[in-house]
Design a protein around this ligand. Sequence first.
Ligand code: TTP
Ligand code: MN
Ligand code: MN
Ligand code: MN
Length: 375
Amino acid sequence: GRSPMLLHISWFTECMAAREPVKIEPRHLLEDALETLSKEASFCGSDGRSLAFIRAASVLRSLPSTLTTIEELNRLPGFGEHSKRVVQEILEDGFSAEVERVTQKEKYQTMKLFTNIFGVGMKTANRWYQEGLRSLGDLRNSQKLKLSKQQEAGLQHYEDLNMPVSRAEADLIAKMVEEVAHSFLPGTIITLAGGFRRGKLSGHDVDILITHAQEGREEGLLSKVIGQLQSQGLILYHDLKRNSYHDAFSPDSKSTSNMDHFERSFSIFRLKVASHIGDIGARDHSPESSKDWKAVRVDLVVTPISQYPYALLGWTGSKHFERELRRFSCNEKKMVLNSHALYDTVEQKILAATCEEDIFLYLGLEYMPPSDRNA
Ligand code: TTP
Ligand code: MN
Ligand code: MN
Ligand code: MN
C-alpha cells in the first residue's frame, strides 16, 4: 500500500484545490479533544495510542473546511476506530464524555501541570505524582525534592514560560542575537525556525539557527554570544552543550532519538517588555503588574553550513511532520534523515544538500513550503 506520507500529500493537494472558507471553532473543538486523548495516552505510557490520536488530529488540521458529518470522516485516511468514535460523539452531542472524564482526572491535570515545567519530562512528572505532589506550590515548598538547575528555572518562571510568545517578541530576540553575533563574527547567518518559520503567530519558545557561510567559522561563537548577553543581564538561564556530532553519532546508527548533536543552548532570556502601568492592568497593584520584563524560552542551535539545510528542515518542524518525513524516508527510500544529514543506506553514502529543496528532491517529494508543514 501507499505510505501515509504519500497518501497525506496527494490527498492534501486535492483538498487545497477545493479549498473553501474555514470555520475555525468546531475544528479546534475536535482537534483539542484528540490532543487531550493523545496526552492522556502518553501520560499512561502508551506511546502508540498517543501517536494514533496525534495522526488523527493532524488529518483534521489539514482539512480545507470543518468536518460536519460522520460520512466525511469515513473517507479520511489515518483515522482509527477510537478517534472516529470520539469525533462522532462530538459531532452528535457537541462534546465527548470520555474527553470530559479525562480532563477531570487528577492524574491528567497534575501530569499536564508538571510536564509544562521547563526541564520536566514524563518520568519526573510521574514520579512526583506517585510521591503525592499535586501543585506548583507542593514543588516549591517541598524540602526533600531535588530539582535540577533547569527545573528550578522552569519552576521559577513557570507563569511567563507558559504565556505565548508573539511573533514580534520572537523577531526582537532574533535581532538581539544577530547584533551580538555580528559584533563577534560579521556575516553570521541567523534564522528564525520552529513554528514561527511555519507562519504561526505565536509559539511556546523561539528557535534560532546560527551558521556562517565559511565552514568552521561558527565554532566557539555561541559561548561568546551567550557571555555577552549574560553580561547585559539578558540571560536568566542557559545550558551550553558542545557539538557531539563526531564522537557520539554516526548517520547510519539505528538510534531513534530525535535529539541532535549540534552545539546548542536551551536558554531562558529576560526580555524587556512595555511596562503595564497605564493600561488596563494598572488597576491591579500587585508587584507583578509593574514587572517590565518577561522570561522567554529560546533554543539556540549552531550548525556548520554543510549541515545547515538539514538543520533548517529538522528545526522547522512540526514535530509530527518531521516524524512522518523521517518514517517515509526510512520505509520508502531506505534513507536515514535527521537534522545533520540524509544517509542512503543502499549506496552507503551521505547526500550533500545546499538547500531544503535538494532534500525533498532526494526523497522524491515535491517541495513543501514551511507553511504546509503544520500537520
Ligand atoms: P519546538 O520548538 O518544540 O516546537 P515548535 O516551534 O514547532 O512549536 P512551539 O510554538 O510550541 O515552539 O520544536 C521545533 C522543532 O525543533 C521540532 O520540529 C523538533 C526540532 N528539534 C530538533 O530537531 N532537535 C531537538 O533536539 C529538539 C529539542 C527539537
Ligand atoms: Mn518552537
Ligand atoms: Mn511546543
Ligand atoms: Mn524549541
